[in-house]
Design a protein around this ligand. Structure first.
Ligand code: GLY
Length: 414
């Protein structure tokens, strides 16, 4: 009897120790990365100030398009800054809002406001589909976390501007205006990421136009952007009168029939988020099928950080794309909250991605132009931003860590 009691106590103690050890490990990854980010992002802010004062462009260009946000690191190690109209301008302010969310330190709120404010210039920009990235990641996070006066109107203006790109016959939002000789109405899988702005505008205003545009875009994309195995084409070109698909191409992937890794990650995130906003099971099922494509792909490396294209020709001698990994991890945490037989796997894979990024992909403190993570690839097919830090990799890294923090302490994500 005594030995039985001893045996049971030993097992209970073992379980308790294992659980506290797991909780400790989870805390380590989150606290360690936020501690690193709190130093590295201050260094980045300092570099942005220096980059702005060293801006060598002529004074007219400088006045018309001031540099406002970091995007990546140049080959010489210097910081590359972009003007507000660049699709990446909202990520750095978003990171500063995430720092405020984690630390509650008003210093981060002040910095976030400082880097968010210049993006107001984009709220009426109808020449881009990227207003979600630019305005929702900056002003949207600011509204959520600090309820700043004026932010709501700016986001609403941006949502109205985005709807101006909607083509009612094709039931799709136009992505790009460039390459007009090649495409009539190009739509990229990335465009799924801008729908959250429209769902927010619908909830805020009650105007169903926003909801219908978003849902129609999601449905048309679901019909035309996916292959049988749930890999995506990057660019689908539409006839805006008949709605017919004219071309299926790539721009940033290896070739038209390959699956560009970041595109697949945008799809996973976009349909998971669209399920959150509609509760339509078709989107949830699609998100699960996309996750299945990624995590059963024979070309996914053991550490779960993908090569820049799942079909890149020289795998395993190809560059990784850490941005695809961080977008995927953040999406997986949300997907894990919607149940299903793989829910535990989604959380486990996301945890593994964060662990491996922390151990093997992190930048050096007070170096690497102030970025958090190395080894992303913007567009190898265009010979651009190959194996570099990218601001959006860092944004989704912090978002994933915040989501993990909430899940591990039994809080809801939204
Ligand atoms: N949305 C542009 C990109 O992912 O590169």
């Amino acid at each position: 009897m005594k030995s039985k009691l001893f045996f049971i106590s030993a097992i209970l103690l073992g379980v308790f120790l294992l659980q506290s050890c797991n909780a400790q490990k989870s805390n380590d990854v989150i606290a360690d990365n936020f501690n690193f980010a709190s130093q590295q992002l201050l260094y980045a802010v300092d570099l942005t100030d220096r980059a702005v004062s060293n801006d060598k462009r002529d004074s007219v260009v400088k006045a018309n398009s001031p540099l406002v946000s970091p995007r990546t690191m140049e080959k010489d190690g210097s910081l590359k800054m972009v003007p507000a109209r660049d699709w990446t301008s909202g990520f750095f302010p978003g990171e500063l809002w995430f720092m405020y969310e984690y630390t509650k330190d008003p210093k981060w709120e002040d910095l976030a406001v400082r880097f968010t404010t210049p993006l107001e210039s984009q709220k009426l920009n109808t020449g881009t589909h990227d207003l979600g990235f630019m305005i929702f990641n900056s002003f949207g996070n600011g509204l959520r976390l600090a309820n700043k006066p004026g932010y709501k109107d700016i986001i609403m203006d941006a949502a109205r501007s985005l709807t101006k790109r909607y083509k009612p016959n094709a039931k799709i939002i136009r992505s790009w205006d460039h390459n007009r000789d090649k495409w009539q109405c190009p739509v990229i899988i990335d465009n799924m990421m801008n729908l959250e702005l429209l769902f927010w505008a619908f909830k805020e205003s009650g105007d169903s136009t926003f909801y219908n545009v978003a849902v129609n875009h999601a449905n048309t994309t679901m019909k035309n952007h996916f292959r049988e195995d749930y890999g995506t084409w990057h660019v689908i070109d539409y006839d805006t009168i008949t709605g017919e698909v004219l071309h299926r191409n790539t721009h940033q992937g290896f070739q038209d029939e390959s699956t560009w890794s970041r595109g697949e990650a945008w799809a996973l995130y976009g349909y998971t988020e669209t399920y959150r906003n509609t509760k339509d099971n078709a989107y949830l099922e699609l998100a699960r099928n996309i996750a299945h494509f990624i995590f059963t792909n024979p070309n996914l490396p053991e550490d779960l950080i993908p090569y820049w294209d799942f079909d890149a020709p020289e795998i395993p001698n190809e560059e990784r794309d850490v941005s695809a990994a961080t977008i995927t991890a953040s999406a997986l945490y949300e997907l894990s909250t919607y149940g299903g037989e793989k829910a535990g796997d989604y959380k486990k894979w996301a945890d593994t991605i964060l662990d491996n990024l922390t151990k093997n992909y992190r930048a050096t403190l007070n170096s690497d132009a102030g970025f958090l993570l190395l080894h992303s690839t913007g567009a190898k097919s265009l010979n651009s931003e190959i194996d570099v830090p990218l601001v959006y990799a860092d944004y989704y890294f912090l978002e994933a860590l915040l989501r993990k923090n909430k899940l591990d302490s039994n809080q809801s994500l939204f």
